[in-house]
Unconditional design. Sequence first.
Length: 450
Amino acid sequence: MLDLRTVLIPALLVLAMRSWAQEGDTVRVKRMFNTTDTVFVFTKAERDSIRAIIQQTKTFGDFTPGKGFELAHGKHGSVNFSTYVLLRWVDQLPESKTTVDHLGRERTLDSRNDIQWHRSYLYFNGWAFTPKFIWQVNTWSVLSTGQILLIGSITYRFHKAFNLSGGINGLPSTRSMLGSHPLWQANDRNLADEYFRPGFSSGIWATGEITPKLRYTATVMNNLSQLGVNATQLTRDLGTGFNLEWTPTTGEFGPRGAYGDWEHHEKLATRFGGGYGHCREDRFNQDLSSKTLNTQVKISDSQNLFEVGALADSVTVMKALWQQFALDAGFKYKGWFLHLEYFHRLLNQFEADGPLPVGEINENGYMVQLSAFPLQQKLEVYGFHSFVNGKWNDSYEIGGGFNVYPFQTRYFRVNGHTMYVYQSSANSVFGFYLGGMTGMTYSLAVSFIL
């Protein structure tokens, strides 16, 4: 008969009941129900060295775990756990119940006023076999869209100049795709960023230091966004991207390159970056009676590029070349934060099942964010503006908000967010935007990451 203690006790010990005690430079593990079984794992110096290596390895992409808790640690590896949750109310108030696309067709706007357990992430990560081999397995959910995924990545740290990773990540062609989430002003992206950015897919990427203050990211991905697209629907075309990040004054820009100066830099911290992405995109669904599986690429009236009739009545774009680059600059000083970013995107080399009125779509835009702490590390206020210079219409937003940090940590906050949007080019239930909408949006949220 199975002795449940052999199953339950080790699990409880690892997940909740373990306590550490120190004896000189030795780390000792105490185990409940077996007090005589003492396991010596590492010297304190060895353990601190391993932790330092893991903390310095910033190769987890947009899914970088928080500080979390150590569940297990042994000679052959470690397991850590952290989580991120977001509870959010969003109220969209369009000035009209309809919008008109660039072909003159009227569309009904379905605005939101709801409270959602919007995001839940569960992160498990650590190292295995050698501290240079780092792994993570995460559950990722956006309940507003009904999506729950199991994702992850692995990394081998060859040298500070070269780390090689594989798993889920995004092309690094905009600032927000480099791992700063969720340490932004609000809990989702601004209009121009949401419109121009790529999504997340499977692939491989390399990161490292060229100099102590200059870092790079280079990626090869299956496509712009693999959400809802399985392996049989992918094409043989791969996406590529590259990014440079330079922090000339302090050599850092806060945890994960976070937005906002919660750390209250006494010396001016600066960050300058640029990214480029290139991908031959596909509709991923040849059945024209159903919706496209490619929902990442929008045109300026917020339609999906690959939807039937997006560029011409009854004509469907089947393939297109997507290229995008961005330049960004950031500054932090004594609680003040300024972020500037410019975007440029080119869509061309269309393949369609009929004649198209355009041969390319060349668009650009920008975003500006400014924040300060009236109460240091307790209350942050911010303002923002972004603009999309679209092929068929211009879109912009202006707004502001606040963050309250009640527990003396930037990892727990209450966020209030409001903005006026004009002819929204972005359309995403993930974020704040309803395609084609002109009007106000309000949001109140509570979030934390362990």
